[in-house]
Design a protein around this ligand. Structure first.
Ligand SMILES: [Zn+2]
Length: 120
């Protein structure tokens, strides 16, 4: 499995696993069907336990009175949700930008005040 990336500012691992949800059912008294794909099962959650008075469908899976219904969250082992890559948060992106800016000021003789006068 792929490890979480490291934030370019604070060096902490970050990111949320991108998962998909699979709904499945099985008859009361039988063992629940095992997952047979090549993804990682992150969590299984029971939605309805037989017997119950409701029939219908959940996420396109029809169920009857004696069906158990559950959901499993699957992860491909690689994909992360990383909206601020390569940073964990906008706060870290801003801190990094300010530090880079301060470093730039140190490396040139220009002070921020001088720059303001030059451009206005
Ligand atoms: Zn960070």
């Amino acid at each position: 499995m792929k490890k979480k990336p490291i934030c370019a500012n604070c060096a902490n691992p970050y990111g949320t696993r991108k998962t998909t949800t699979q709904t499945f059912k099985w008859q009361k008294g039988e063992p629940p069907p095992k997952y047979r794909g090549n993804q990682v099962v992150v969590r299984e959650t029971m939605i309805r336990q037989a017997p119950h008075n409701v029939t219908g469908s959940i996420h396109g899976v029809p169920f009857g009175h004696n069906d158990n219904v559950a959901e499993r969250r699957l992860w491909d082992g690689q994909s992360y949700y990383l909206p601020y890559k390569p940073f964990c948060t906008l706060r870290c992106a801003l801190a990094y930008a300010r530090a880079a800016h301060a470093e730039h000021i140190r490396n040139t003789d220009e002070s921020p005040e001088q720059r303001e006068f030059e451009t206005s």
